[in-house]
Design a protein around this ligand. Structure first.
Ligand SMILES: [Zn+2]
Ligand SMILES: [Zn+2]
Length: 342
């Protein structure tokens, strides 16, 4: 079978290897689609801080069950599935509290250990979730990024009747805004500096889109929501300017959720956070409940995906796909690798 191994920065080798054997608690998956995400690009550039080469990338996958381990129940050959790609210890305090997404020794398949960029993949059945038979493999590959969104909305708290702002209209921001709409938010506003991304957000049913080239976030929030401003601001851009603008635009009691993976330390306006009792909270990947909610939103058709999936490449063109994303940042949303033919 074909496998794409990332051996170093900008160095992907496509090699023919043996199909994996499965253990009794595992499933053999025929991988159908892999979604490429921002972290894959940082790996390509050798800028990912917490991984070692070589690694098989691929943590956003849809697949078909090809073989079922002896001790596995509830799965059959041919089932459409996706994989929750977290590896955790189960022993540390966060794990014991059920917060395994922030396990003290968390690893992500496809980042810290081999992921799903291969024609077949052996994985513990406990990490596998079934998709509806009518869910396309393209949509199935969106479950993982949608789970980032459902986790973010869980951290944002009850959104019923709330005014919600999402900063950044890339794939994650778009999905966060869509999930907010389906979580009872009264009104959702999304911002970006790329008009094409705002257009896609409108096509996905987001109420208000604002180009941040035109003014400050505070002005946009006042114009959209009036003096009550926003109840929740989710930062899916994660640069110094968006975080500062979020704090400036917040009112007393606004909750700011840090969704984007911020790489560098940033100095914050702590007095502004304190004086207005702003909740500034983080979210990191997802737990099973978030993953299951993402499956349900994808299966039920509530998440609009046509505007999100912009390109397809074959697995043996993984490197070309990464370069394409790098060179077409303003137009590209989600790029999928077609690993096996349906
Ligand atoms: Zn990802
Ligand atoms: Zn742990």
């Amino acid at each position: 079978m074909l496998e794409a191994v990332t051996k170093g920065a900008a160095d992907i080798e496509y090699r023919d290897v043996q199909k994996p054997e499965i253990a009794d608690n595992e499933l053999l998956l025929e991988v159908m689609r892999i979604g490429i995400c921002g972290s894959d690009i940082t790996i390509l550039h050798g800028q990912h801080k917490y991984m070692t080469f070589p690694v098989v990338q691929g943590h956003e996958a849809s697949a078909r069950v090809a073989q079922v381990g002896k001790n596995v129940q509830g799965f059959a050959v041919g089932d459409r599935v996706t994989v929750e790609p977290l590896v955790f210890c189960g022993k540390c305090r966060p794990c014991r509290d059920g917060n395994y997404n922030v396990c003290e020794s968390l690893k992500v398949l496809g980042v810290h250990q081999d992921g799903m960029g291969a024609q077949f993949f052996a994985v513990e059945a406990a990490k596998v979730l079934k998709l509806a038979p009518e869910t396309s493999y393209d949509r199935g590959a969106l479950v993982e990024p949608t789970a980032v969104a459902t986790a973010s909305i869980r951290r944002a708290g009850d959104l019923n009747g709330k005014n919600v702002v999402v900063l950044g209209a890339g794939p994650i921001g778009n999905l966060v805004a869509q999930v907010a709409r389906h979580s009872g938010a009264a009104s959702v506003m999304i911002t970006d500096i790329q008009e094409s991304r705002l257009k896609r957000a409108r096509e996905c049913g987001i109420d208000h889109t604002v180009n941040m080239r035109d003014g400050t976030l505070l002005d946009a929030v006042l114009e959209t929501f009036g003096p009550d401003k926003a109840d929740v601001i989710l930062d899916c851009a994660g640069v110094k300017s968006t975080i500062e603008q979020a704090i400036e635009a917040a009112r007393a009691g606004t909750r700011i959720v840090m969704v984007a993976n911020v790489k560098d330390p940033i100095t914050l306006m702590i007095p502004a956070l304190q004086r207005r009792e702003i909740d500034f909270i983080g979210v990191f990947v997802y737990r099973r409940e978030d993953f299951q909610r993402a499956v349900d939103l994808i299966d039920s058709g509530k998440i609009t995906s046509e505007q999100l999936i912009t390109n397809h490449f074959a697995l043996d063109r993984f490197h070309d796909a990464l370069e394409y994303i790098d060179n077409n940042q303003s137009e590209v949303m989600k790029v999928l690798l077609d690993v096996n033919e349906e």
